[in-house]
Design a protein around this ligand. Structure first.
Ligand code: SAH
Ligand code: SF4
Ligand code: F3S
Length: 444
């Protein structure tokens, strides 16, 4: 019997980290590691970190502090730090936290087995390179699938350099994976039972992968993926407004498998702040874009990200953001208090007072919550398609997502994970919908 060891992974941050954690688990799986959900059982703990806001990145250090007694009780325990804090802070992590054995940046995951070899010899291993080779070409095949819905990273990195953001530094320059690889990975996922794929990228709609006849945009990739039998739903995230091209907007009207939900961060509704953020579009351009998207797909639900308290944000700027939210109407949104990040241009500027930023965040979140509730209420009485992701907490109940990405609890004693069924929505709760399955309703 080969020696099996246990691996515990904790994932912080965005969906790309979720995808990366799965791929790292597969890489280490080839080295004899099996995943455990219990940190105390682990021979290796891997923290896949996020650097986007100060709170996110400080979480690493508090979690490492909590691992100290475990490492003392079990000196053979290996502790690794991956992700965007690893990239941003590198060796500094080892200096601050000597219990860490390994630091690996997001572009070097395929080198983990070699690094583990070093660690096994009692050495420390650090790799925060941006290697010339593509890590995806060196990672083993997908194995760990947790249900009918999967992520697929199609593009990584960002060249936009918004004034507040660390991503261009932690993930590096924008790179698109070749079409053929993505089609291969998607087909393999579908063969394993996946029915919904969410295409991931920090700037996913800037995708320009090498395909037949030259460079393909995201719309063309989506249309090609839609031809895969058994793949029922396609989503993509996160998009930048400036990269929503005509073809992609048209695809929302034409491609039935492309779901009617779009995350389209705007960050602010003030032209002055948008400019200071280096977002490179105006509020008016965002309005026009939303109009075009809604013309192509009238029932599309939009979501966004907002930052409040960006340096220099006045009451009038904030009022413009609130006005934009009222005019557009979002189905959901993430909102954050601006956090100064080391090395970004905005971090040099004077911050907005914390109490003012807190008050703005609350006001904005209250408006978003009311819009989200209204969007959910509007679903009551309607018939929607739901893809079951797991059994519900109550007997005879399944939980899944609707086309519009609402979580739906469905009364269905015969349902199985992976069924895509028609459901009549009967009620709206704060963060989910409830419904009943329509008879004989498996749609695919
Ligand atoms: N690529 C995506 C988002 C990446 S980060 C985009 O272009 O929109 C996810 C969200 O975190 C951002 O949309 C932004 O709202 C927020 N964010 C990024 N940097 C931040 C900072 N320094 N302070 C507060 N929020 C931040
Ligand atoms: Fe960050 Fe802006 Fe790039 Fe998004 S587009 S990842 S917010 S720099
Ligand atoms: Fe965080 Fe890195 Fe994602 S900073 S949001 S984990 S790209």
């Amino acid at each position: 019997m080969p020696d099996t060891k246990k691996l515990f992974i904790k994932t912080y941050g965005c969906q790309m980290n979720v995808y990366d954690s799965e791929r790292m688990a597969e890489t280490l799986g080839a080295e004899g590691y099996v995943v455990t959900e219990v940190a105390e059982e682990a021979d290796m703990v891997l923290l896949n970190t996020c650097h986007i806001r100060e709170k996110a990145s400080e979480k690493l250090y508090s979690d490492l502090g909590r691992l100290r007694p475990l490492k003392q009780a079990k000196p053979d325990l290996k502790i690794g730090v991956a992700g965007c804090v690893a990239q941003a802070e590198g060796e500094e992590i080892l200096r601050r936290m000597p219990l860490v054995d390994l630091v690996v940046g997001p572009q070097s995951y395929h080198r983990l087995p070699g690094m583990m070899g070093e660690v096994a010899k009692g050495k420390k291993a650090v790799d925060t390179d941006f290697p010339a080779e593509d890590k995806f070409d060196h990672l083993p095949e997908r194995k760990m699938l947790r249900g009918p819905s999967a992520f697929l990273t199609v593009q990584e990195g960002c060249d936009k350099f918004c004034a507040f953001c660390v991503v261009p530094y932690t993930r590096g320059a924008e790179v698109s994976r070749p079409v053929a690889r993505l089609l291969g990975e998607a087909r393999a996922l579908v063969e394993k039972g996946v029915r919904e794929i969410t295409l991931l990228g920090q700037n996913v709609n800037a995708y320009h992968g090498e395909g037949e006849g030259g460079s393909w945009g995201l719309a063309r990739l989506v249309r090609e993926l839609a031809r895969i039998d058994g793949l029922e739903r396609i989503r993509y995230t996160t998009s930048h407004p400036n990269d929503m091209d005509d073809d992609l907007i048209a695809a929302h009207g034409e491609e039935a498998k492309l779901m009617p939900y779009l995350h389209l961060p705007v960050q602010s509704g003030s032209d002055r702040i948008l400019k200071a953020m280096n977002r490179k579009h105006t509020r008016e351009q965002y309005f026009r874009l939303v109009e075009r998207i809604r013309a192509a797909r009238p029932d599309i639900l939009l979501s966004s990200d907002f930052i409040v308290g960006f340096p220099g944000e006045s009451d009038a700027d904030f009022a413009d953001t609130m006005d934009l939210i009222r005019q557009v109407g979002f189905g959901a949104a993430f909102s954050f208090k601006y956090s100064a990040r080391p090395g970004t241009p905005a971090a040099e500027k004077d911050p907005v007072a914390a109490d003012i930023a807190d008050a703005r965040l609350q006001e904005l979140q209250a408006l978003i919550t009311s819009q989200q509730r209204a969007a959910q209420e509007a679903m009551v009485g309607r018939e929607v398609a739901v893809l079951y992701e797991k059994a519900g907490r109550l007997p005879g109940q399944m939980v899944g997502k609707s086309d519009h990405l609402h979580a739906v609890h469905v009364a269905d004693s015969e349902g199985r994970v992976g069924d895509l069924v028609r459901v009549r929505i009967t009620a709206s709760a704060p963060n989910s919908l409830a419904g009943a399955r329509l008879d004989g309703s498996i749609v695919a």
